[in-house]
Ligand binder design. Sequence first.
Ligand SMILES: Cc1cc2nc3c(=O)[nH]c(=O)nc-3n(C[C@H](O)[C@H](O)[C@H](O)COP(=O)(O)OP(=O)(O)OC[C@H]3O[C@@H](n4cnc5c(N)ncnc54)[C@H](O)[C@@H]3O)c2cc1C
Length: 377
Amino acid sequence: MVGGGSVIVVGAGVFGAATAHELARRGWSVTLLDMAESGNTRAASTGESRLLRCGHGTDRWYTDWAWRARTLWRELGASVGEELIVDAGVAWFAHRDDGWEASSAATLEAACIPAERLDCEAARRLFPDLSTDDLSFVLYEPGAGVLRARRCVAALVRQAIAYGARYEQAKACYDGAAVHVDGRRRTADRVVWACGPWLARLFPALIELRVTKQDVLFFGASAAWRTPGVPGWVDYDMAAYGLGDLDGQGVKCNSDVEGPAFDPDTGERVISPDSERRSRGYLARRFPSLVDAPLVSGHVCQYALTADTEFIIDRHPEHEGVWLLGGGSGHGFKHGPAVAEHVADLLEGRIEPYQRFRLGTRAVAGALRTAGGGVRE
Ligand SMILES: Cc1cc2nc3c(=O)[nH]c(=O)nc-3n(C[C@H](O)[C@H](O)[C@H](O)COP(=O)(O)OP(=O)(O)OC[C@H]3O[C@@H](n4cnc5c(N)ncnc54)[C@H](O)[C@@H]3O)c2cc1C
């Protein structure tokens, strides 16, 4: 089925909104449903910023997808007349000569994606202060940066509507090949369930996800810490990430260690003292001048984790036209528009589902985000 078909997309986080946008752009008749406002506080896509980095160790797939998504985010920004990507670059702090960063450097080079291996002295010039005594080198991706997350999702929904999609705020229930909304059975040629952390509840027999509480903290700092200027950064081995002060929100410095189990509907969204302690411990190690910086804001988000941190993109085994999309695993945002192209190709029968994104049980691995995948609270 190429263009011209009808589709219901349930969930207007980044995955669902990007899918609705891409299918509407291709001429599908699209209905996008979300039980809350798109980008609402309980969704995983909430918040103002997400890192867009292409380094994914030896994995060429996610590397290429990130670069493709970067192009698509730029095109979307141009079409809505808004800056969606902040060209800040991303710095990877390498503790070893033969770790994740060295693998990423080789993969980026093979993919012709710009990356520079900086010695510690050169790396220190990227930040107002940077402690490098435990680092071997810094891998810098000049083409990477920061996505303005809330604006990105809003732009996807707005553009989808401009292409003819209908947006409805309503809770959808699974009803076989159809969707049940407000007592009515709704049908379409295709249905895509892109429900983030709620996906496993809707399809418990098919989807295994761990949903964890992740605290996001911002610290007050001087103008020298503004992003752009200061790049985004990831410390893979120490499971930490952040960026400078974007739009006066404060310097973002967070642990990527997987938090406690979390219920996205009923969980209290209160920052834990342990998270502040962990962030301050990292500031003391890496950016010592910020160790006593005031905590200026914070919010709680959740990871929807597959065992191997690969996404879920597969057909329902009993209903040919029903597709399940999710398992962002704490690194899905940047890939949104590239994932959407893939999903649209699947719905149009141009490609078959990929084994790596299959439903069902997967072996435990946790390499695609940071080493935090192997560390649990
Ligand atoms: C703290 C944190 C930091 C992160 N950092 C990065 C980063 O730097 N870079 C990066 O690329 N990624 C990052 N991520 C990951 C990224 O944000 C997620 O992978 C992505 O947002 C997941 O989007 P989603 O569309 O799958 O889910 P969601 O955004 O949760 O969207 C699901 C939507 O489905 C709706 N819904 C659920 N059930 C129903 C129903 N029955 N009926 C109707 N609607 C329903 C919900 O209301 C929600 O709006 C981070 C995530 C977190 C939590």
